[in-house]
Design a protein around this ligand. Structure first.
Ligand code: ATP
Ligand code: MG
Length: 200
């Protein structure tokens, strides 16, 4: 619900298409979703490094980083998680408009919230990447020590333990980090981008 009235859109002269033409690649959101510890941050960091080497303009939006600034007033209640993703979606949309291939790494546990972001942009501009990893494996990795805190009750509302994770139904890509190496995962995404003509 908008609280603002008396506002009107003012277009720029430079269009998204012109920016993409100048950059020599398409812009889109690569939306990585999955449990904590599944590998979203690890994969997007390495993917961005490879894309940078290929001369692609990228930017990475990462859950913890965004909660340090833009979304520092949000917690992990269902409402705040939804608002977190809504704002990220709007920011990612601006990056797409700026001609940037945008990588996002958020648990984004609710299907509806992810679909709301998908609905913000054109059909080919939202690429959902499900970073699949069993709860057992994520908990075993416990890369941030958060599962242990969730199990002991020090953290409540933790995704996979006492808060839900809704798997994507029809993601453009699925990466299984129990089966695939980091390099394989990164190459899978790059192949998708090449085959679907995002990079040329
Ligand atoms: N094939 C793989 N791909 C990515 N990460 C892997 C893989 N195998 C093991 N790992 C390890 O799994 C961990 C993934 O942690 P990472 O912080 O990337 O997860 P995340 O999805 O960003 O979690 P969070 O939502 O808490 O930020 C890292 O310690 C990484 O080294
Ligand atoms: Mg992360």
């Amino acid at each position: 619900m908008s609280k603002s009235t008396n506002i009107s859109w003012h277009d720029s002269i430079i269009t998204k298409t012109e920016r993409q033409t100048k950059n020599k690649h398409k812009s889109a959101i690569l939306w990585f979703t999955g449990l904590s510890g599944a590998g979203k941050s690890t994969i997007t960091v390495e993917l961005e490094r490879k894309l940078y080497q290929l001369g692609i303009y990228t930017y990475r939006l990462d859950g913890d980083n965004i909660r340090h600034g833009l979304n520092k007033n949000l917690g992990f209640s269902p409402e705040d998680r939804t608002e977190n993703i809504r704002r990220i979606g709007e920011v990612a949309k601006l990056f797409v408009d700026a001609g940037v291939l945008t990588l996002t790494a958020f648990i984004s546990p609710y299907r509806e919230d992810r679909n709301q972001v998908r609905a913000l942009v054109a059909e080919r501009e939202f690429i959902e990447v499900y970073v699949r990893c069993s709860l057992e494996a994520c908990e075993h990795r416990d890369s941030k020590g958060l599962y242990q805190k969730a199990r002991s009750g020090e953290i409540t509302g933790f995704t996979g333990i006492d808060a839900p994770y809704e798997e994507p139904i029809n993601p453009e890509l699925t990466i299984d980090t129990e089966e695939q190496s980091l390099d394989e995962a990164v190459q899978q995404v790059i192949n998708y981008l090449l085959e679907n003509e995002y990079l040329n």
